[in-house]
Design a protein around this ligand. Structure first.
Ligand code: ZN
Length: 465
């Protein structure tokens, strides 16, 4: 198989799978597609209740140690404000511009459509040489990790796993941070006040994955909103009626909306003249709203948002601890903030978590843990890393970098569930993933595929017997 025909087939597969909606938690149709794919190619297939799919393919020689390839099938679904795209029914519209591929008005799903297409490419091919393969397609990676958490790993024989969910092609991931996701919940009393109400809307804040774009994370839309309200509070009483913004704890909030009551005059100019962030959109509209939290409670809510840890918290000996407040909602008389803390140092993580709990207690918020992932600690004696690195050098003429990633990967979850597992994570360049500007590059995918295929062929050649 020539390099171009491999690339072309990869792109066809990527295009084909982009036709199937696959938002997190709604992977049923994609799992159907995978089952169908396995059937057409006469491959052994297993699907579980969480819609995880495992497809096995025998290698070219008998009696060998299988390699597990793994990627998540779900994608983050975001679209431009004026887009009518329906993620439940519509295919992603792929736009190719030379080497670059993006989507029209939506996220692309290169994260991790690339990994999916690579696995399908290998599974359907009768030319690629490889040992026994166990291809695991997981669900709900972008939200809860429920797929990877619920899979029955006794279905796998392999003890070596290559996760395809990295967003760079010049490094290999060998470890991953632990994280804690919490909800901070405030329950207050609604009161009536006779004052004008305003809806403040912030949008157009630069987003992205909070583990990767730590710097951006401290300037998220929820935080910017809190700063605006705080300035108003310094002048006169402000009563928050409701506040909402962001999509998930992992993503940097790009928009936030807050309804307040206040008798501050000329509020629009006061807000707009005071704002430090330039390239964002702010809109202030007069609205009708009756009930609000008290002025005291409103102060607590704003202090909570401002004081909880966001962005880069500490950096000691290259160990980064970070936080992100990804989502805020008002549900009746409750304010719910969802945030995440990340670090490879469990102690540091616990310390910051305790501080957040302490801050919350002072602001009358209660803290509820949503989930917690342990770290994937790098294995110094990884044979898989060594072999893959050597093949990387042979194919690309240079060595890859090694990374302990700050963004969550299913690897940390899988590492806890397979004893003696040797694991790396690879990928190709994906820029601005989890945003409408998500982009991938054909040449980068080509590089990753070439390296992976060379590795599989090498493994196949070195099977004894
Ligand atoms: Zn991903």
């Amino acid at each position: 198989m020539s390099d171009t025909s491999v690339t072309n087939r990869f792109l066809e597969l990527f295009y084909q799978l982009s036709q199937i909606p696959r938002e997190s938690g709604k992977e049923k149709r994609f799992a159907d597609f995978l089952e169908e794919f396995a059937k057409e190619n006469n491959l052994e297939c297993y699907r579980d209740k969480s819609n995880n799919v495992l497809i096995k393919k025998a290698g070219n020689k008998k009696n060998n140690e299988p390699i597990i390839l793994q990627a998540h099938m779900d994608m983050v679904c975001v679209k431009k404000e004026n887009s009518n795209h329906d993620f439940d029914t519509d295919p992603i519209e792929i736009v190719r511009n030379g080497d670059m591929i993006s989507a029209k008005d939506t996220s692309l799903g290169a994260d991790q459509g690339i990994g999916l297409a690579i696995m399908l490419l290998i599974l359907e091919s009768n030319k690629i040489k490889h040992p026994d393969l166990e291809c695991l397609f997981t669900t709900e990676e972008e939200t809860t990790f429920h797929g990877a958490e619920n899979f029955d790993y006794s279905k796998l024989k392999g003890k070596r796993l290559i996760n395809i969910d990295h967003a760079k092609d010049d490094s290999i991931v060998i470890g991953c941070d632990a994280d804690i996701c919490n909800q901070y919940i405030f329950e207050g009393n609604y009161i009536t006040t006779n004052m004008p109400s305003y809806k403040i809307t912030i949008s157009g804040v630069e987003g992205g994955n909070s583990g990767w774009e730590i710097k951006r994370s401290s300037k998220n839309a929820i935080f910017i909103m809190a700063k605006i309200i705080q300035k108003l509070q310094a002048e006169k009483d402000v009563y928050i009626c409701q506040i909402s913004g962001g999509n998930s704890e992992n993503d940097i909030a790009t928009s936030c909306e807050c309804i307040i009551k206040t008798d501050i005059k000329d509020i629009e100019n006061k807000i707009k003249n005071n704002i430090e962030e330039k390239h964002i959109d702010i809109q202030i509209d007069g609205v009708d709203s009756e009930m609000s939290f008290s002025s005291e409670d409103s102060k607590k809510i704003i202090e909570e948002i401002i004081n909880l840890k966001q962005g880069l918290i500490t950096k000691k000996n290259n160990i980064i601890t970070s936080g992100n407040l990804g989502k805020i909602e008002t549900i009746n008389n409750k304010i719910v903030i969802t945030g995440i803390l990340r670090s490879i140092e469990e102690n540091e993580l616990q310390e910051q978590n305790n501080e957040n709990k302490h801050i919350s207690k002072n602001n009358n918020f209660k803290t509820e843990e949503v989930y917690k992932d342990l770290a994937w600690i790098p294995n110094k004696n990884s044979k898989l890393k060594e072999t893959y690195t050597n093949m990387y050098y042979q194919v690309n003429g240079e060595y890859p970098g090694f990374e302990i990633t700050h963004g969550g990967l299913e690897c940390s979850c899988i590492a806890q569930r397979i004893t003696g597992l040797d694991m790396i994570s690879i990928g190709s360049i994906i820029e601005d993933f989890h945003t409408v500007n998500e982009r991938m590059y054909v040449s980068s995918c080509e590089k990753t595929i070439k390296t992976l295929l060379a590795f599989l062929e090498y493994e196949n050649n070195h099977i004894k017997g």
